[in-house]
Design a protein around this ligand. Structure first.
Ligand code: A3P
Length: 305
């Protein structure tokens, strides 16, 4: 196999989850070296769950005093959210580097796709906070398939849809099994609601104001009465909306610091797009897997706080 294909597309199992060689290097580097601070806030997701959206929201919430929302020079106008909230294993600890994070202002915002059980020890030991965003795996699968095709080296054939689907159902996908990823964070949000907030993409779409307020409260930057009257909640939602972000010049033509195209992070941004790609049987198959795992782990009997 060509070296680049091996590094990007071949998956290796580590601590019960699947990684490509490129990301695994960053995982192995950040696990022993990342020192979480009590004031840090980490966003955890599986790839294609809406990480970009949450990064934009979390960055805007935390920085809203210094970066007024209605200005032409808000950081989101010139920078893709991926670069505003760096990922531990892809960005900071990639290429066998141990970064100096001393210059990061508090509260530091980071993201990760690591499963709960593989987070660096200091994340568990410190009082840092965790936000998890979960999305319907059917939509995640479709989004992931599109994204992987963009990621693949151009000399390679398009990624086989059905074969990738069957692997996904067996848990073999980037950071899969997806059910173990979700359940790890779900259980923690029940055990430790002070530390962990569990959000769902679909809920955020349906009741964005409610969940943005929950997020702000959790991140220790709740909306003041003045902000509520001034409509700051809606301003943030508009700034970070799919339509607004996708149409910014930086996200049409720009590239991430890693060289990846910003536009790849904005495709449809909808709930239920899976219906345009999966057959009803495939949809049922994924639903059954999810139901079976939920039942086995007692999910649904108790909601997180
Ligand atoms: P689709 O491929 O279904 O459109 P991630 O950020 O974790 O890589 O996830 C990418 C998915 O989130 C893509 O889903 C993308 O279109 C969607 N997305 C990006 N920005 C969004 C936003 N501001 N609001 C809602 N969805 C968004």
């Amino acid at each position: 196999l060509p070296k680049e294909k091996t590094r990007l597309m071949t998956l290796y199992k580590y601590q019960g989850f699947w990684y490509n060689a490129l990301w695994l290097e960053g995982v192995l580097e950040c696990q022993p070296h990342f020192q979480a601070q009590d004031t840090d806030i980490l966003l955890a997701t599986t790839p294609k769950s809406g990480t970009t959206w949450l990064k934009a929201l979390m960055f805007t919430l935390v920085n809203r005093k210094d970066c007024p929302i209605i200005t032409e020079d808000h950081p989101l106008v010139t920078t893709n959210p991926q670069d505003l909230v760096p990922n531990l294993e892809f960005d900071l600890y990639a290429n066998n580097q141990v970064p100096d994070l001393a210059s990061f202002a508090s509260p530091r915002l980071f993201s990760t796709h690591l499963p709960f059980t593989s987070l660096p020890k200091s994340v568990h030991e410190s009082a840092c906070k965790l936000v998890y965003l979960c999305r319907d795996p059917k939509d995640v699968f479709v989004s992931l398939w599109h994204f992987s095709n963009k990621l693949r080296p151009q000399n390679l054939d398009i990624i086989a849809f059905e074969e990738t689907f069957h692997k996904y159902c067996k848990g073999v996908s980037f950071y899969g099994p997806f059910w173990d990823h979700i359940l790890g964070y779900w259980n923690e949000s029940l055990r430790n609601p002070e530390k962990m907030l569990f959000l769902k993409y679909e809920d955020m779409k349906e009741q964005p104001r409610l969940h943005l307020r929950r997020l702000a409260q959790f991140m220790h930057c709740p909306f003041s009465a003045k902000e509520e009257t001034e409509g700051v909640v809606d301003e943030i939602l508009r700034l970070c909306s799919f339509g607004n972000l996708r149409n910014l010049e930086v996200n049409k033509d720009g590239k991430l610091s890693s060289g990846f195209e910003n536009s790849a992070f904005f495709r449809r941004g909808e709930v239920g797009d899976w219906k345009n790609y999966l057959t009803a049987e495939m949809g049922d198959q994924l639903d059954e897997i999810i139901e079976e795992k939920k039942k086995r782990h007692g999910v649904g009997q108790r909601e997180p706080a």
